[in-house]
Design a protein around this ligand. Structure first.
Ligand SMILES: NC(=O)c1ccc[n+]([C@@H]2O[C@H](COP(=O)([O-])OP(=O)(O)OC[C@H]3O[C@@H](n4cnc5c(N)ncnc54)[C@H](OP(=O)(O)O)[C@@H]3O)[C@@H](O)[C@H]2O)c1
Length: 320
C-alpha cells in the first residue's frame, strides 16, 4: 500500500511517498481502508522535528485521524465491525496511508449524513474544544476569547462557545476575510493576532482558550477578568517566555488561573460519548466542519507547504 513517511525532519520536502506491506491488526485493533485522512497542526509540528525529544524518529508515518471502512479485525474484536464505515483515531501516527490500524476503543461509526471528510475535520478538534472549554469551567453568559481561531481547533471552540451561550466570543485571526468567516460560525468580535482591533470588543474575558502560546501569551493572560481562566490547548506559536510565571504572580490579586489541557487526560468513555453527540450534531447540520482543501495522499508535501505558509482555514484532508 502507499503511505507517506517523514524521511527527514524539517521542511515539507522531507515527506516521501513509500510502499509498505498492509499492516495486520493485532488483538484489540481494526484495519481501516481509508477514504479521508485529516492533516492536523500536530502533524506539522512532528514533521518539523520539534517533538524529536518525545521519541519521534525519522521514518515516522504521520497522521492521527482517518475515516473509511473496517476491512479486518484482530483477536478479541467483534467481527461485526467488518464492513462498517468509521472514524478512527490512530494515535500519534500511522494515518497517512491507504490502510491504517486503530484500537477498537478509538473508532466511532459514521452516522448517515456525515461524510468521511467531515468526520476527520471534526474528529479530535471537537473533543479538544469541548473538554478545553469545560476545563476552563466555561459557563453560559461568560465572555470567551479564542486565540488562533482559524484552525480546526479554534473553529470548533468558537461554535461550541456560541452554542453554549457565551455572552461574547472574540477571536484572533490574521485577516478581515477570515474574521468574517469566523463571525458566520459564531464569533462576535474579531481581533488581530496581537489582540488589538475589534473596536467594541470587551476589555477583559472570563475564559481564554489559547491555541498559540508563544511570546504574546503574557499579554493575553493580562486580558483575563478577575477570576478569569486561561487554558492552553496548543502551542502553534511556540513556547511562552520563561518568565511567564512572573506575569501570573504579578496579577496575584485578580485570582486568575492558567491551565494546560490535553485530550489525553479525558477518559476514553467520555471522549466516545461526546464524539458520538458531535458527529450526530454535525450530521444534522448543527455543527459545521470547514474543509480548506481536498488533496490526494500523494500530495502530502503540498498539504504541509500550505500548512506552513499559514493559508489553511479549517483543515486539509488527504484522500488515498
Ligand atoms: N490539547 C490537545 O489535546 C490537542 C490535540 C491536538 C492538537 N493540539 C495542538 O493544537 C495545535 C493545532 O491546532 P490547529 O490545527 O487548530 O491549529 P493551526 O491550524 O495549526 O493554527 C491555528 C491558527 O493559528 C494562527 N497562527 C498560526 N501561526 C501563528 C502565530 N505564530 N501566531 C499567532 N497566530 C498564528 C493561524 O490563523 P491566522 O492566520 O488567522 O491568525 C492558524 O490558522 C497544535 O499546537 C497541536 O499540538 C492539541
Amino acid at each position: 500500500m502507499k503511505a507517506v513517511a517523514i524521511q527527514a525532519f524539517g521542511p515539507p520536502e522531507g515527506l516521501a511517498l513509500i510502499d509498505l506491506p498492509v499492516p495486520a491488526p493485532a488483538a484489540g485493533q481494526v484495519l481501516i481502508a481509508s477514504e479521508a485522512i485529516g492533516v492536523g497542526g500536530s502533524d506539522a509540528v512532528i514533521r518539523r522535528g520539534t517533538l524529536a525529544t518525545y521519541g519521534f524518529q525519522e521514518g515516522h508515518i504521520p497522521g492521527s485521524e482517518v475515516a473509511g471502512t473496517v476491512t479486518a479485525v484482530g483477536d478479541g474484536v467483534d467481527t461485526s465491525w467488518v464492513g462498517q464505515r468509521v472514524w478512527a483515531f490512530t494515535g500519534v501516527g500511522g494515518g497517512y496511508a491507504e490502510q491504517a490500524i486503530a484500537p477498537v476503543e478509538e473508532i466511532r461509526p459514521l452516522p448517515a449524513g456525515l461524510s468521511a471528510v467531515d468526520a476527520v475535520t471534526l474528529g479530535n478538534s471537537g473533543i479538544v474544544a469541548h473538554f478545553g472549554l469545560s476545563h476552563a469551567h466555561f459557563a453560559p453568559g461568560e465572555s470567551v476569547l479564542v486565540r488562533g481561531a482559524a484552525g480546526s481547533l479554534g473553529i470548533m471552540t468558537v461554535q461550541l462557545a456560541a452554542r453554549g451561550g457565551a455572552g461574547t466570543v472574540a477571536v484572533t485571526t490574521s485577516s478581515a476575510e477570515r474574521g468574517d468567516r469566523l463571525r458566520k460560525l459564531g464569533a462576535t468580535h474579531v481581533l488581530d493576532r496581537s489582540g488589538e482591533g475589534g473596536d467594541d470588543a470587551p476589555s477583559g474575558y472570563d475564559v481564554i482558550i489559547d491555541i498559540i502560546a508563544g511570546a504574546d501569551m503574557p499579554s493575553f493572560f493580562a486580558k483575563l477578568n478577575p477570576n478569569g481562566r486561561m487554558v492552553a490547548v496548543g502551542a502553534v506559536g511556540g513556547m511562552p517566555p520563561a518568565d511567564f510565571g512572573m506575569t501570573m504572580m504579578a496579577a496575584f490579586r485578580k485570582s486568575m488561573s492558567f491551565a494546560t489541557f490535553s485530550s489525553d487526560t479525558v477518559a476514553e468513555s467520555d471522549r466516545r460519548a461526546v464524539r458520538t453527540e458531535q458527529f450526530d450534531a454535525a450530521s444534522r447540520g448543527e455543527l459545521h466542519t470547514v474543509v480548506h482543501e481536498l488533496l490526494p495522499l500523494e500530495q502530502a508535501v503540498l498539504a504541509h507547504r500550505k500548512m506552513d505558509t499559514g493559508e489553511v482555514f479549517g483543515r486539509i484532508v488527504l484522500t488515498p
